[in-house]
Design a protein around this ligand. Structure first.
Ligand SMILES: Cc1ncc(COP(=O)(O)O)c(C=O)c1O
Length: 304
């Protein structure tokens, strides 16, 4: 990990190496924290945070679903992030806000513990590698079932939810694949460990609807908007593995993964086994938008 100079904690900028927490921090023991993953991209006008408001609003919603409140408003978190990026002199970065129950009492119920907030930002390239964005990835369906909405709210980016993602991802990495695909308890396609999935079939974009136990990703919402603006129909639906295997094109979306073509699932090529042309078109447009080159999408950017 490429260190930066400062991390923002509870309203202050602290030196990266000195920010710490007690080993009896509640969230270390029980996963009682919520987080975001956000990117800022280099533009001709300096760094711009992509969909900052949507990400920080979702941070508040994630906490609400676990019955607590983020102690800072979205406006304050955005201004603090801007300051952090500029003080760290970052041109582009990954931004990780985390709100967690700190140290006071031990036991499952965290509400007597202080709510602590940090924001870190550092230089981070492609999550699955630049090769992945260009040439696509090989995906394997995990034997680990996606935790159901009735068990843990999948609309919350709560750290506890990610134990499910860790298990699924490590299973397929150990078998030589790039990424996992998780099915929900009904056996339908849910999402990747940290990505949403889209298929394109006969010119129609299809993605599992939010009731399929998945995170309603901000990249996915952006891609759906871009596709509609280009005149495509986008359908939120139930997808089976067969739908994915017989699709014309398949790709993952996510802040970290950006738009990554899937060229193979469970050792079977998707179409001819190369990234699809429409996927490439959406990918190009997306990278132009995040880099501030598309005036009509400028509302999605917050300049630092
Ligand atoms: C489980 C999960 N699904 C989907 C996504 C994609 O969401 P977004 O596009 O908002 O980053 C993420 C990443 O945040 C995730 O962790």
């Amino acid at each position: 990990m490429l260190k930066a100079k400062y991390i923002w904690k509870n309203g202050e900028l602290l030196e990266w190496d000195t920010v710490n927490t007690h080993v009896l921090t509640h969230s270390l023991h029980y996963g009682s924290s919520v987080f975001e993953g956000i990117r800022a991209y280099e533009t001709s006008r300096g760094p711009a945070i992509f969909r900052a408001k949507e990400h920080f609003d979702r941070l508040h919603e994630s906490a609400k679903l676990y019955h607590f409140e983020v102690p800072y408003s979205t406006t304050k978190l955005i201004s603090s992030t801007k300051k952090l990026i500029s003080e760290n002199k970052l041109k582009s970065c990954y931004i990780r806000p985390l709100v967690f129950f700190g140290y006071n009492e031990m036991g499952i119920i965290p509400y007597k513990n202080p709510v602590e907030t940090i924001i870190a930002a550092w230089e981070w390239g492609s999550y699955l590698g630049s090769e992945a964005i260009e040439n696509g990835i090989r995906v394997k369906t995990s034997s680990i079932t996606k935790i159901d909405n009735s068990m843990l709210p999948s609309q919350s980016k709560c750290s506890a939810n990610y134990a499910n993602s860790i298990l699924a991802k490590q299973e397929v990495l150990s078998k030589g694949y790039h990424e996992a695909l998780l099915l929900n308890k009904d056996g339908n396609v849910s999402e990747g460990p940290g990505e949403n999935i889209f298929i394109i079939k006969d010119g129609v974009f299809k993605t599992p609807s939010p009731d399929q136990s998945l995170l309603n990703g901000i990249t996915a919402q952006s891609v759906a908007q871009i596709a509609r603006d280009l005149g495509f129909v986008v359908s939120y639906t139930t997808l089976t593995l067969e739908d994915v295997l017989t699709a014309d094109e398949v790709f993952f979306t996510g802040t970290a993964a950006e738009i990554t073509p899937i060229v193979e699932l469970d050792d079977q090529a998707i179409n001819d086994g190369t990234p699809g042309l429409t996927t490439k078109r959406i990918q190009d447009l997306y990278f132009n938008i995040v880099k501030g080159k598309k005036e009509s999408y400028k509302d999605w950017l917050t300049y630092v």
